[in-house]
Ligand binder design. Sequence first.
Ligand code: ZN
Length: 98
Amino acid sequence: MPENPLEHLKALIERYTVISFVPDIDRYRRITSPKGGRCIFRGCPEPIAWEDARGENFLCEGHYRTMKTWIEEARKGLLPGGHLSPLFTQGGEDATRL
Ligand SMILES: [Zn+2]
């Protein structure tokens, strides 16, 4: 098991996304015109809302917040364990239910 926050962060990213590096979340920008692409979180069906400075590695709104939280927590050395859901299913957000 990784011990330090940065290793833990990388492990989370490798486990839940299709990338294997820590994205430069501070340089992410909101996608303003429709474009093709998928959220980097595995199996995420949400529309993409954010892209990195190169226009790659898209994130949906919910996963942008998830990634930002992970990185901020890792910077503080306080990355929580497995109870932070990467798929934000705990908040009652069920996209399949209308
Ligand atoms: Zn997503």
